[in-house]
Design a protein around this ligand. Structure first.
Ligand code: 4AD
Ligand code: MG
Length: 461
């Protein structure tokens, strides 16, 4: 049996050979004496044309086969250098493996992305989603390859945790208690000491705290796993379940962290340009005109660096009305992030040294005592795709920061203890996997880069 990918990659070798392929019908144009089936087998972005003539068994049945019918084709592979396709298969036999009802919704016409979301179980068969999800797979592979080549240890951090790594309180709770009739303590609160883990637990919002523990043993580690946030923001770039890549490096500061992030992004883009040429051309033609030029520029130029204070200055002077007014101390909104990356720099921009009050407790306090050694990477079209920082390695300052934001330090005893035993300076970041895919494909909604998206009010599939 041959895959369509092999036909595209080794075309000459198959010339005039008898081959067998499996796949699903994309189109079938039958006429009186012959017909053409375009068949896709999922191994390659493109399908292959199968020609059948009236001497084939069951000709009249075959000429009526509907889109999505699963077939096995046996026939001769023929190079056709003078026609639109470089090759085709001349069928000797077409066997029907599974029929498809004519109600199949993905008939050969353009569908909106919104409509395709309502058929998430079928949309991977469309061109757009075939490209998106193959790219998703390749980006995951490239990320692993990037870190493994540099001797990072892939670390699996827990999905169920008792901590709130971001201190933002946006967690999905995990419990086995009967919530209709839960045990209560004297204060009338739910008594989680009676729960499965003897305490309240939640789905992880970040693997960072555990990654720090491993970085202080292995020096270079990364996580790559699902992450959950009960953020009630119904936007095109927030999902309740998304994947995050979180490297953590010891004996390293914020500059080392940004260098790593830039190298990683460039590596992955390069990998896609080489290994997903068909898909990237498709995005360039149909999703985001000029995407390939943009990505090539990114790979060949340095990312910009500005401080938060400089960013505020740029935004204040911008000849543009923002929905959210700009002032020092505010968190940057998507409109601000996109303005800086898209209109001012037209490339990825690191923004560093944010006010401590809008960032997480673990970020290292700068000497000005007002800002922290944080960095966000903002990119055109999406806004923030990376958030990272140098970590607060000074035990007492960390303790102070935790109590300032109202975290119970006893719950984080092990995290604090890391600062007592060789807790050298260290840094890390989190790359939102879906946002990276959006950036690299030009897809504009996070729902269209997740196989089965979970967003506010939606867990249909
Ligand atoms: O900026 P965030 O919240 O940083 C952290 O979680 C750190 N613990 C990372 C670290 O330093 N190890 O999230 C990191 C990235 C964001 O830049 C964004 O790309 C993505 O995760 N992200 C989301 N992606 C999709 N849906 C959401 N609700 C997201 N929240 C964050
Ligand atoms: Mg962030």
């Amino acid at each position: 049996k041959t895959s369509i990918k092999q036909l595209y990659q080794n075309t000459e070798n198959f010339s005039d050979k008898d081959i067998i392929i499996n796949g699903w019908i994309r189109t079938n144009r039958g006429s009186k004496h012959f017909g053409f089936i375009e068949v896709n087998d999922g191994t390659y972005f493109k399908g292959v044309q199968v020609v059948y003539e009236e001497d084939i068994d069951n000709f009249s049945q075959i000429s009526k086969l509907t889109i999505a019918t699963a077939i096995t084709v046996r026939g001769k592979f023929i190079l056709t250098p003078d026609s639109k396709q470089a090759f085709e298969i001349k069928a000797d036999e077409i066997k029907i493996e599974a029929s498809a009802d004519s109600s199949y919704p993905l008939q050969k016409k353009r569908h909106t992305l919104e409509y395709l979301r309502t058929i998430a179980h079928l949309r991977p068969r469309s061109n757009t989603f075939s490209a998106v999800f193959r790219v998703r797979s390749l980006v995951a592979y490239a990320v692993h390859q990037f870190f493994q080549e540099r001797d990072f240890v892939y670390t699996h951090t827990p999905i169920i945790t008792a901590s709130d790594a971001e201190g933002a309180g946006e967690m999905f709770h995990v419990t086995t208690l009967d919530l209709k009739n839960p045990p209560k303590n004297e204060r009338g609160d739910i008594d989680f000491s009676k729960d499965f883990f003897d305490k309240a637990t939640n789905l992880t919002v970040s693997g960072q705290l555990e990654a720090e523990a491993f970085a202080l043993a292995f020096q270079k580690v990364y996580t790559f796993g699902p992450t959950f946030r009960a953020e009630n923001s119904n936007t095109a770039r927030h999902a309740a379940e998304f994947w995050m890549i979180e490297p953590e490096i010891a004996f390293a500061d914020l500059n080392d962290d940004m260098e790593l992030a830039e190298d990683m992004i460039k590596y992955v883009i390069n990998y896609l340009l080489v290994n997903a040429a068909e898909e990237m051309n498709f995005f360039n033609s149909f999703i985001n005109k000029g995407l390939l030029d943009k990505l090539n520029n990114i790979v060949n130029s340095d990312f910009a660096h500005i401080t938060y204070t400089e960013a505020i200055d740029i935004l204040t002077k911008a000849k543009k009305e923002f929905q959210y007014p700009v002032s020092w101390g505010m968190d940057l909104q998507t409109e601000h992030e996109r303005y800086i990356a898209e209109e001012v720099y037209k490339k990825p921009v690191f923004v560093t040294d944010y006010p401590k009050d809008i960032k997480a407790f673990y970020m290292r306090l700068n000497d000005d005592e007002k800002t922290v050694a944080a960095m966000d990477l903002l990119v055109p079209g999406v806004g923030e795709i990376i958030g990272g920082s140098q970590r607060e390695e000074r035990h007492d300052i960390l303790l102070e920061r935790m109590s300032a934001v109202g975290l119970n330090s006893e719950d984080y005893w092990w995290y604090l203890e890391l600062r007592k035993y060789g807790g050298v300076k260290h840094a890390g970041f989190g790359l939102g996997f879906e946002r990276a895919i959006m950036y690299m494909t030009g897809m504009e909604n996070i729902r269209d880069v997740l196989p089965f998206p979970r967003t506010v009010g939606n867990a249909e599939f």
